[in-house]
Design a protein around this ligand. Structure first.
Ligand code: ADP
Length: 392
């Protein structure tokens, strides 16, 4: 990948959500010029970027506009017209991670097939567009159905315990996989640059909120034995090596109750489970991604201090312009950093921000995090009257 180096490197980000915003903040810190492509004038990254191209991720003209305007273009989400991007890459535009990888990852079945063929351990799976009883019986219950495309944050995933659950099956091209008896959900950020250098951040543990069906708390480091952490990091690193990816990747894995470590899915971008790196690691995930895509040496990934990250989600019944309750009180907790993404509207369980608590004792960090999440609430302006006192 031959990049033209400017005293001001021009970085393009397709998608202007919270990941794009935090990436743009870091790019600005490093002196780069930032353009984003996002359909919303209120996109969080628009608060930071030098240029905002208003448009769809599926509009080839807009995609062309951003790659034309930038030395290197990346993205903060998977739902992009990857074929159009691949055509732009073939014309010589620098896009990282490569649209070839995006095409593999966008389709969960293609992704699983690719990884399995490369010898990466994944749950047993098969293609199943129609979930009839015979197919599922033959595969074996309990199983998990996943739509091949478009799912995120647990949407597009359905647990099918037995034949009685089949009427609840999702409609659309799918795969089915064995339901894993999960001991822990693990994740690691893996970065690779064009020279093939690979660096992994520490292994983290993700705790899911079943009500919101969202990764709610991330603990760094994961509380697992050393050999498990080493093996998980090796699997994740092998997967990114197999993809020959350039950029940073969020790799999600299961530690099964029977001891197996299985790769669940890869995000070809910065990831929620890597937010803790901002406060807790020598190089955070955003800087690492920029280093990787700009052809620079990767940074050190050591954990300087344990950390717990908690997503700040919109209250279950809140819609509209957001209001933050409890910020003043929460910021009194030692080691707490507060991130609010600047989204114009809150919705039930929408990721509106996050907090990270660092503490030399990870258990104490966890306790403080629990306290903070009880204090902080993201409600809507219209609900404000119901709450007494001025919001912090
Ligand atoms: P998404 O892309 O929407 O995040 P995932 O594939 O990560 O979907 O699945 C969401 C959650 O569903 C996982 O974090 C995990 O808790 C559960 N899950 C997914 N696959 C399996 C499986 N094979 N066995 C058991 N639980 C699973």
């Amino acid at each position: 990948m031959a990049l033209r180096y400017h005293y001001l490197m021009r970085v393009g980000i397709i998608g202007g959500g919270q990941l794009g915003k935090m990436l743009a903040l870091q790019a600005k810190a490093m002196g780069f010029h930032v353009s984003i492509l996002d359909p919303s004038p209120h996109a969080p990254a628009a608060l930071i970027a030098d240029t905002h191209i208003l448009g769809s991720y599926h509009d080839i003209r807009k995609l062309r506009e951003i790659v034309d305007a930038c030395d290197i273009t990346t993205y903060d989400l998977e739902e992009i017209d990857a074929q159009a991007l691949a055509a732009l890459e073939a014309e010589g535009h620098a896009i990282a991670p490569s649209p070839r990888i995006l095409q593999i990852i966008q389709d969960k079945l293609t992704q699983k097939r690719y990884l399995a063929a490369k010898g990466i351990p994944v749950p047993r799976f098969r293609e199943a567009d129609v979930l009839d009883e015979a197919t599922c019986e033959a595969f074996g219950f309990p199983l998990v159905q996943k739509l091949r495309r478009g799912g995120y944050d647990g949407r597009g995933v359905m647990v099918i315990e037995d034949a009685r659950d089949l009427p609840r099956a999702l409609q659309g091209p799918s795969l089915i996989e064995e339901k894993i008896a999960i001991h822990k959900e693990l994740a690691v950020m893996v970065a690779r640059n064009a020279s093939g250098q690979i660096r992994c951040h520490p292994l983290v543990e993700m705790v899911f909120d079943p009500a919101a069906n969202i990764c709610d708390v991330v603990m760094a480091p994961a509380l697992v034995e050393k050999h498990i952490a080493e093996r998980a990091i090796q699997i994740a690193s092998d997967a990114i090596q197999a993809l020959e990816g350039v950029g940073i990747f969020g790799v999600e894995m299961f530690l099964a109750q029977d001891g197996r470590i299985l790769l669940n899915e890869i995000a070809p971008r910065t990831h929620n489970s890597g937010h803790y790196t901002i406060e807790a690691c020598i190089t955070d995930q955003f800087e690492q991604h920029l280093r990787a895509i700009a052809g620079l040496p990767l940074g050190e990934t050591d954990l300087l201090i344990p950390a717990v990250m908690v997503n700040l989600l919109g209250a279950p019944d809140a819609y509209g312009p957001p209001l933050i309750l409890g910020m003043r009180e929460a910021m009194d907790i030692s080691g707490l950093s507060f991130h609010l993404y600047g989204k114009a509207e809150t919705r039930p369980f929408r990721k509106m921000g996050h907090i990270t608590i660092v503490d030399h004792d990870v258990h104490r960090a966890r306790e403080k995090a629990q306290k903070a999440r009880q204090i902080i609430q993201i409600i809507s302006m219209s609900q404000a009257e119901k709450h007494k006192g001025a919001p912090a």
